[in-house]
Design a protein. Structure first.
Length: 349
């Protein structure tokens, strides 16, 4: 996992998307921000907690802009760079766009980490950008108490291809494209109990680009897309439910999991972010009677570079699922449906 003397995770108080502020804290901070609606070309701003900003240039072109960065959740610097870059680019795919370039965001604790390790972080990020077919065209770096890395990413799409985290229709099928449990695995890494095979499984899923989002955006039967990251399946599902003014019914047994996620969760390997997530939005989640706490933790588990949550016409769900599988996401599953009702998430056992 790591051949360097310094463990990156030992230099950070959190890691990956588990570093994100809790949903309730973020809502409070943004509550009195000036409205962006006066800019007619700004199709997507901060009003619905969407994945990226979208600016319409003309009748045929929109610019998608996003930024994402965090502290390390793994000790290998090259892997850290790859995960952070994949996660940042995902926001463009989640909006239905294709990335065109990236800028690096770098903060490193000088004197605590070697130049070689920093170079490996940057190489990891650049390797993912190369896979996505985009350059790292610049960036900014600072001396920082904890290691931080990520990207600002620019993408494009047509106006009719923009997919938001709302627009879900009653009866829509819900598809999740990647398995859940990355936060559980990262907690196990910090506690020194994650098996090498499980570590590789985590790297495989967190460095898998969500390119299929750009393909799905041309399908009129795909009504909404968001990526599942720091707020977990429940949190990002709630954003979708609130924006669409309906209920999402999620089948707990249908949610795909990383191989060891359930066992590790039952052993107590969960992140603090999982607790913060539940405290922020648990009042809008309906759980079945007797549901064990470890299972709830999986649904609130912060995902770093997680999958896409896709809402689509139920009659087309199987065909869309096949498209996602063929794109290189074999773990994708139909996990529930949308229903008319109060904005909330209802877990079906």
């Amino acid at each position: 996992m790591n051949t360097y003397q310094v463990r990156l995770t030992s230099l950070a108080h959190g890691g990956g998307c588990g570093c994100k502020l809790a949903p309730s804290v973020l809502q409070e901070l943004l509550a009195d921000q000036p409205a962006a609606a006066v800019y007619k070309q700004l199709l997507v701003g901060t009003e619905t907690s969407d994945d990226a900003a979208v600016w319409q240039v003309d009748d045929n072109t929109c610019i998608i802009a996003t930024t994402d960065f965090f502290m390390p959740m793994v000790d290998d610097p090259f892997d850290f760079g790859r995960i952070a870059a994949t996660n940042a680019i995902s926001d463009v795919y989640a909006m239905g766009g294709k990335p065109v370039m990236a800028l690096a965001i770098l903060g490193m604790p000088l004197g605590k980490i070697s130049t070689e390790m920093v170079r490996e972080i940057l190489k990891g990020g650049a390797s993912v950008c190369a896979t996505a077919g985009i350059p790292v065209a610049g960036g900014h770096s600072i001396d920082c108490p904890e290691p931080v890395y990520g990207l600002a990413v620019i993408g494009t799409c047509r106006p009719d291809q923009v997919r938001r985290n709302f627009g879900v229709q009653p009866g829509d099928a819900l598809i999740l494209t990647k398995p859940v449990g990355v936060g559980i695995y990262s907690a196990a890494i910090k506690q020194g109990v994650l098996a090498p095979k499980a570590y590789q499984e985590m790297i495989d899923t967190t460095t898998l680009l969500n390119k299929v989002g750009a393909e799905l955006s041309s399908d009129k039967d795909v009504h909404a897309i968001t990526d599942v990251t720091g707020f977990g399946v429940l949190g990002h599902g709630l954003e979708m439910a609130r924006g669409s003014k309906l209920t999402l019914a999620i089948e707990a047994d249908a949610v795909p999991l990383l191989t060891d996620a359930a066992a590790l969760a039952q052993q107590g390997h969960v992140t603090g972010a999982s607790h913060r997530n539940w405290a922020s939005y648990g009042h809008d989640v309906v759980l079945p009677a007797g549901m064990p706490e470890w299972r709830r933790h999986l649904l609130a588990d912060p995902q770093t570079s997680g999958g896409l949550l896709v809402a689509c016409a139920p009659s087309k769900a199987d065909a869309i699922l096949r498209t996602i599988h063929q794109s290189g996401s074999p773990g994708a599953r139909i996990i529930g449906r949308a229903e008319a009702g109060t904005p909330s998430v209802r877990i079906v056992s």
